[in-house]
Design a protein. Sequence first.
Length: 243
Amino acid sequence: MCQTCGCSDKDIVSVDLREQILDKNASAARHNREHFAAARVFAINLMGSPGSGKTALIEATARAAGHGRKIAALSGDLATDHDGERLRGAGISAATITTGSACHLDADMVHRGLDEIAWQDRDVLFIENVGNLVCPAVFDLGQHVNVVALAVTEGEDKPLKYPVMFRGADLVVLTKADLLPHLQDTRIASFEDALARVMPRPRMVLSSARTGQGMREWMAWLDQRLTEYRFAPPSESASRTLL
Protein backbone atom coordinates (compact mmCIF):
# COMPACT_ATOMS: atom_id res chain seq x y z
CA MET A 1 0.00 0.00 0.00
CA CYS A 2 1.42 3.33 -1.10
CA GLN A 3 2.39 5.83 1.58
CA THR A 4 2.53 8.69 -0.92
CA CYS A 5 -1.03 8.59 -2.22
CA GLY A 6 -2.91 6.01 -0.14
CA CYS A 7 -4.15 4.38 -3.35
CA SER A 8 -7.64 3.04 -2.63
CA ASP A 9 -7.48 2.92 1.18
CA LYS A 10 -10.45 5.03 2.31
CA ASP A 11 -9.09 5.19 5.87
CA ILE A 12 -6.06 7.10 4.64
CA VAL A 13 -7.31 9.03 1.62
CA SER A 14 -10.87 10.30 1.22
CA VAL A 15 -12.86 9.56 -1.90
CA ASP A 16 -12.71 13.23 -2.94
CA LEU A 17 -8.95 13.40 -2.54
CA ARG A 18 -8.51 10.13 -4.39
CA GLU A 19 -10.52 11.53 -7.29
CA GLN A 20 -8.35 14.64 -7.30
CA ILE A 21 -5.22 12.48 -7.42
CA LEU A 22 -6.60 10.43 -10.31
CA ASP A 23 -7.78 13.54 -12.19
CA LYS A 24 -4.31 15.07 -11.91
CA ASN A 25 -2.78 11.79 -13.06
CA ALA A 26 -5.18 11.58 -16.01
CA SER A 27 -4.09 15.03 -17.16
CA ALA A 28 -0.41 14.02 -16.98
CA ALA A 29 -1.20 10.77 -18.84
CA ARG A 30 -2.84 12.73 -21.66
CA HIS A 31 0.28 14.86 -21.87
CA ASN A 32 2.47 11.74 -22.08
CA ARG A 33 0.24 10.35 -24.78
CA GLU A 34 0.68 13.55 -26.78
CA HIS A 35 4.45 13.10 -26.59
CA PHE A 36 4.19 9.48 -27.72
CA ALA A 37 1.86 10.41 -30.58
CA ALA A 38 4.17 13.17 -31.79
CA ALA A 39 7.10 10.73 -31.91
CA ARG A 40 4.93 7.79 -33.09
CA VAL A 41 6.30 5.69 -30.23
CA PHE A 42 4.20 2.77 -28.97
CA ALA A 43 4.07 2.66 -25.15
CA ILE A 44 3.46 -0.53 -23.17
CA ASN A 45 2.61 -0.58 -19.47
CA LEU A 46 4.20 -3.86 -18.38
CA MET A 47 2.93 -5.00 -14.99
CA GLY A 48 3.24 -8.03 -12.76
CA SER A 49 4.39 -9.33 -9.39
CA PRO A 50 7.99 -9.03 -8.19
CA GLY A 51 9.92 -11.81 -9.91
CA SER A 52 7.27 -12.48 -12.55
CA GLY A 53 9.79 -12.02 -15.33
CA LYS A 54 9.06 -8.49 -16.56
CA THR A 55 12.70 -7.50 -17.04
CA ALA A 56 13.54 -10.84 -18.63
CA LEU A 57 10.66 -10.41 -21.08
CA ILE A 58 11.99 -7.01 -22.18
CA GLU A 59 15.48 -8.46 -22.59
CA ALA A 60 14.11 -11.35 -24.64
CA THR A 61 12.07 -8.92 -26.74
CA ALA A 62 15.20 -6.93 -27.57
CA ARG A 63 16.99 -10.12 -28.62
CA ALA A 64 14.06 -11.25 -30.77
CA ALA A 65 13.62 -7.82 -32.35
CA GLY A 66 17.27 -7.53 -33.37
CA HIS A 67 17.66 -4.47 -35.54
CA GLY A 68 14.05 -4.65 -36.70
CA ARG A 69 12.50 -2.81 -33.76
CA LYS A 70 14.21 -0.24 -31.57
CA ILE A 71 13.28 -0.44 -27.89
CA ALA A 72 13.55 1.87 -24.89
CA ALA A 73 12.50 1.17 -21.31
CA LEU A 74 11.67 2.90 -18.06
CA SER A 75 11.82 0.61 -15.04
CA GLY A 76 10.05 1.34 -11.76
CA ASP A 77 11.79 0.24 -8.56
CA LEU A 78 11.45 1.24 -4.93
CA ALA A 79 15.15 1.43 -4.14
CA THR A 80 17.61 0.09 -6.73
CA ASP A 81 18.74 0.43 -10.34
CA HIS A 82 19.22 -3.33 -10.76
CA ASP A 83 16.65 -3.76 -13.54
CA GLY A 84 17.85 -0.64 -15.34
CA GLU A 85 21.40 -1.98 -15.27
CA ARG A 86 20.22 -5.27 -16.72
CA LEU A 87 18.34 -3.57 -19.53
CA ARG A 88 21.21 -1.27 -20.42
CA GLY A 89 23.46 -4.32 -20.41
CA ALA A 90 21.14 -5.80 -23.03
CA GLY A 91 21.70 -2.76 -25.25
CA ILE A 92 18.38 -1.09 -24.42
CA SER A 93 18.11 2.64 -23.78
CA ALA A 94 16.85 2.38 -20.20
CA ALA A 95 16.57 4.27 -16.93
CA THR A 96 15.13 3.52 -13.52
CA ILE A 97 12.38 5.51 -11.84
CA THR A 98 13.10 5.12 -8.12
CA THR A 99 9.81 5.51 -6.27
CA GLY A 100 10.89 5.27 -2.62
CA SER A 101 7.75 4.14 -0.81
CA ALA A 102 5.38 4.31 -3.79
CA CYS A 103 4.17 0.89 -4.92
CA HIS A 104 3.34 1.99 -8.47
CA LEU A 105 4.35 4.44 -11.18
CA ASP A 106 2.20 7.42 -12.05
CA ALA A 107 2.07 9.52 -15.20
CA ASP A 108 4.16 12.37 -13.79
CA MET A 109 6.95 9.96 -12.80
CA VAL A 110 6.95 8.61 -16.36
CA HIS A 111 7.03 12.12 -17.82
CA ARG A 112 10.09 13.00 -15.75
CA GLY A 113 11.70 9.67 -16.57
CA LEU A 114 11.50 10.36 -20.29
CA ASP A 115 14.18 13.01 -19.85
CA GLU A 116 16.62 10.30 -18.75
CA ILE A 117 16.60 8.15 -21.89
CA ALA A 118 16.70 8.32 -25.67
CA TRP A 119 13.18 7.28 -26.61
CA GLN A 120 11.87 9.52 -29.38
CA ASP A 121 13.71 7.61 -32.12
CA ARG A 122 12.49 4.24 -30.83
CA ASP A 123 9.57 2.10 -31.96
CA VAL A 124 8.50 0.76 -28.57
CA LEU A 125 8.75 2.14 -25.04
CA PHE A 126 8.32 -0.38 -22.26
CA ILE A 127 7.21 1.12 -18.96
CA GLU A 128 8.10 -1.62 -16.50
CA ASN A 129 5.89 -0.88 -13.53
CA VAL A 130 6.72 -1.57 -9.89
CA GLY A 131 6.23 -5.24 -8.98
CA ASN A 132 2.68 -5.30 -7.63
CA LEU A 133 -0.66 -6.78 -8.70
CA VAL A 134 -2.78 -4.09 -7.04
CA CYS A 135 -1.79 -0.41 -7.18
CA PRO A 136 -0.40 -0.19 -10.76
CA ALA A 137 -3.85 -1.16 -12.05
CA VAL A 138 -5.26 2.20 -10.95
CA PHE A 139 -2.95 4.65 -12.71
CA ASP A 140 -2.98 5.51 -16.41
CA LEU A 141 0.56 6.32 -17.58
CA GLY A 142 -0.28 7.39 -21.11
CA GLN A 143 0.33 3.87 -22.45
CA HIS A 144 -1.34 2.34 -25.47
CA VAL A 145 -1.64 -1.21 -24.17
CA ASN A 146 -1.43 -3.03 -20.85
CA VAL A 147 0.53 -6.26 -20.64
CA VAL A 148 0.68 -8.38 -17.49
CA ALA A 149 3.52 -10.83 -16.87
CA LEU A 150 2.34 -13.78 -14.78
CA ALA A 151 4.77 -16.56 -13.89
CA VAL A 152 3.60 -20.16 -13.94
CA THR A 153 4.98 -20.44 -10.39
CA GLU A 154 2.56 -17.82 -9.01
CA GLY A 155 -0.55 -20.00 -9.09
CA GLU A 156 -3.55 -20.32 -11.37
CA ASP A 157 -5.81 -18.32 -9.05
CA LYS A 158 -3.98 -14.98 -9.36
CA PRO A 159 -6.39 -13.55 -11.99
CA LEU A 160 -9.30 -14.36 -9.69
CA LYS A 161 -7.60 -12.87 -6.62
CA TYR A 162 -6.52 -9.67 -8.43
CA PRO A 163 -9.25 -9.17 -11.05
CA VAL A 164 -8.75 -5.40 -11.58
CA MET A 165 -5.23 -5.97 -12.84
CA PHE A 166 -6.24 -8.68 -15.30
CA ARG A 167 -9.55 -7.10 -16.28
CA GLY A 168 -7.71 -4.24 -17.94
CA ALA A 169 -4.97 -6.32 -19.57
CA ASP A 170 -4.75 -6.45 -23.34
CA LEU A 171 -2.47 -9.48 -23.08
CA VAL A 172 -1.17 -11.78 -20.35
CA VAL A 173 2.27 -13.25 -20.92
CA LEU A 174 2.51 -16.46 -18.88
CA THR A 175 6.22 -16.58 -18.15
CA LYS A 176 8.80 -19.15 -17.02
CA ALA A 177 7.23 -21.96 -19.04
CA ASP A 178 10.53 -23.86 -18.81
CA LEU A 179 9.69 -24.55 -15.15
CA LEU A 180 6.46 -26.41 -15.95
CA PRO A 181 8.08 -29.87 -15.87
CA HIS A 182 8.91 -29.20 -12.21
CA LEU A 183 5.38 -28.05 -11.31
CA GLN A 184 3.38 -31.26 -11.45
CA ASP A 185 0.13 -29.79 -10.14
CA THR A 186 0.15 -26.73 -12.42
CA ARG A 187 -2.23 -26.78 -15.38
CA ILE A 188 -2.19 -24.25 -18.20
CA ALA A 189 -5.90 -24.84 -18.71
CA SER A 190 -6.50 -23.55 -15.19
CA PHE A 191 -4.75 -20.27 -16.03
CA GLU A 192 -6.83 -19.99 -19.20
CA ASP A 193 -10.04 -20.61 -17.28
CA ALA A 194 -9.21 -17.99 -14.65
CA LEU A 195 -8.37 -15.39 -17.29
CA ALA A 196 -11.58 -16.15 -19.17
CA ARG A 197 -13.50 -15.28 -16.01
CA VAL A 198 -12.00 -11.80 -15.61
CA MET A 199 -10.67 -10.57 -18.97
CA PRO A 200 -13.26 -9.14 -21.40
CA ARG A 201 -11.14 -10.47 -24.29
CA PRO A 202 -8.91 -13.23 -22.89
CA ARG A 203 -5.53 -13.45 -24.61
CA MET A 204 -2.52 -15.31 -23.24
CA VAL A 205 0.92 -16.21 -24.55
CA LEU A 206 2.88 -19.01 -22.86
CA SER A 207 6.53 -18.05 -22.88
CA SER A 208 10.02 -18.63 -21.57
CA ALA A 209 12.66 -15.92 -21.83
CA ARG A 210 15.25 -18.61 -21.08
CA THR A 211 14.38 -21.00 -23.93
CA GLY A 212 12.65 -18.63 -26.33
CA GLN A 213 9.35 -20.52 -26.15
CA GLY A 214 6.42 -18.33 -27.15
CA MET A 215 8.58 -15.44 -28.32
CA ARG A 216 7.41 -15.78 -31.92
CA GLU A 217 3.78 -15.46 -30.83
CA TRP A 218 4.58 -12.57 -28.51
CA MET A 219 6.51 -10.71 -31.22
CA ALA A 220 3.71 -11.30 -33.73
CA TRP A 221 1.20 -9.78 -31.29
CA LEU A 222 3.52 -6.85 -30.64
CA ASP A 223 4.16 -6.25 -34.34
CA GLN A 224 0.44 -6.34 -35.09
CA ARG A 225 -0.36 -3.81 -32.39
CA LEU A 226 2.51 -1.57 -33.47
CA THR A 227 1.36 -1.68 -37.10
CA GLU A 228 -2.21 -0.85 -36.09
CA TYR A 229 -0.94 2.07 -34.03
CA ARG A 230 1.29 3.41 -36.78
CA PHE A 231 -1.52 3.43 -39.32
CA ALA A 232 -4.33 4.59 -37.02
CA PRO A 233 -5.37 8.26 -37.00
CA PRO A 234 -3.83 10.03 -33.99
CA SER A 235 -7.25 10.43 -32.34
CA GLU A 236 -7.67 6.65 -32.28
CA SER A 237 -4.36 5.87 -30.55
CA ALA A 238 -5.49 6.91 -27.07
CA SER A 239 -5.22 4.32 -24.34
CA ARG A 240 -7.85 3.31 -21.84
CA THR A 241 -7.22 3.14 -18.14
CA LEU A 242 -7.43 -0.12 -16.24
CA LEU A 243 -10.46 0.83 -14.16
